[in-house]
Design a binder for this molecule. Structure first.
Ligand code: FAD
Length: 331
């Protein structure tokens, strides 16, 4: 049995020094797995001015927080962050490390794993743990999403994985009475070979924020024509929501891939998800597991989407959706 103990969630921070959502989402499965094997949950925060994030993570039931707060960590840099986490891991020997599969996490995770000569399961969509061996059962889509693979890392510690944003729900369970706060005085000794010159905000409309959206209205092949996405947009606008789509609509060239929800698109967790003219294929449903309420509008009463939906309207979308939009706009 290895000496490695405890589960770490690496919490990414944004430009304002706040924790990004996926770090907080991972606290929930993190706590569940740590409890199941009698180990502790630690949040690990690296940056410059990390106090806000530190306060935020306390509310998620962590047993401890490890921070490195130093000017050199102000902006993300692969080399510098990898070095910092390698030093932390070698000092504290965690058993499990979870990282959000954001751009940063997808860059950082494999670097750390290579440095530590351990395995990393990328882009997980489910997490579970074997309580006897303490091996995490990492589940992720494989072979182009045609099957779900469960991956174990029995020979090496720490076990590492990146997890897709939006797969788990944020759940602030309140702060524990005692939290082990470890402020590490670590810095980077080498020469920093790259530096950030500037941050250029994305152009409006370039990318769609489906992952953080509270309301999503998605259109599928049932729309029949790209111009009919206008009725989806009208309903989304009435709700203050975002437009999503099925893959069939993307493949037909009706809308860009950044709107696609599902296994090979985005995983979303809105309060309300409205699927319009979408049959509910398993690959589409894989992207909406975390939605609170699903409403389906489809003319086929046998469409599989109704099995997942909390509310269903059997009818012609061209009649139902404009009426719904009108009713919402009147309120
Ligand atoms: P269809 O299955 O054709 O359904 C159209 C629906 O519209 C039907 O149920 C029909 O009854 C209804 N309809 C038609 N006209 C009307 C009307 N006037 N009023 C009301 N309802 C109407 N799919 C995804 O969505 N996301 C993914 O990420 C994804 N990844 C995939 C990955 C792999 C590896 C594979 C193999 C497939 C993937 N797919 C994905 C594709 C998936 O299997 C389905 O083909 C796709 O989701 C179907 O899209 P759809 O529901 O829009 O179309």
């Amino acid at each position: 049995m290895s000496d490695n103990k405890n589960l770490w969630v690496i919490v990414e921070t944004n430009q304002e020094g706040k924790a990004v959502n996926v770090g907080l989402e991972l606290m929930n499965p993190g706590r569940r797995m740590a409890d199941a094997i009698g180990e502790k949950l630690y949040a690990v925060i690296i940056g410059s001015g990390v106090d806000k994030a530190k306060e935020e993570v306390k509310e998620y039931g962590v047993d401890g927080i490890i921070t490195i707060d130093n000017e050199v960590y102000k902006d993300y840099n692969t080399e510098v962050y990898t070095d910092a986490i390698e030093k932390l891991v070698k000092k504290h020997n965690p058993n499990i490390i979870l990282i959000g599969a954001t751009n940063l996490g997808r860059d950082l995770g494999p670097r750390i794993a290579a440095r530590l000569h351990t395995g990393l399961t990328a882009d997980c969509t489910e997490l579970d743990i074997d309580t006897e061996t303490k091996d995490v059962r990492w589940t992720r889509p494989a072979f182009g999403g045609n099957l779900m693979a469960m991956i174990l890392c029995p020979e090496h510690r720490p076990q590492m994985g990146t997890v897709r944003p939006g797969v788990f729900k944020k759940e602030a369970v309140g702060a524990k009475d005692e939290i082990d706060i470890i402020d590490e005085d670590i810095t980077f000794d080498g020469e920093v070979r790259t530096k950030i010159l500037d941050f250029i905000p994305r152009e409006e409309g370039e990318e769609v924020d489906l992952v953080g959206a509270e309301f999503i209205v998605s259109g599928g092949r049932g729309l029949g024509d790209p111009k009919n996405f206008s009725i989806i947009k009208d309903l989304a606008d009435a709700l203050g929501g975002t437009v999503g789509s099925s893959r069939a609509a993307v493949d037909a060239g009706w809308i860009s891939h950044s709107h696609q929800v599902g296994q090979s698109g985005k995983t979303v967790g809105p309060r309300i998800y409205i699927a319009v003219g979408i049959s509910g294929a398993i690959q589409h449903l894989a992207g909406i597991n975390a939605a609170d309420t699903v409403i389906a509008i489809n003319k086929d009463p046998e469409a599989p989407i109704f099995a997942r939906a909390d509310y269903g309207i059997v009818g012609d979308l061209f009649e139902v959706v404009p009426k719904l939009t009108e009713a919402i706009n009147k309120r």
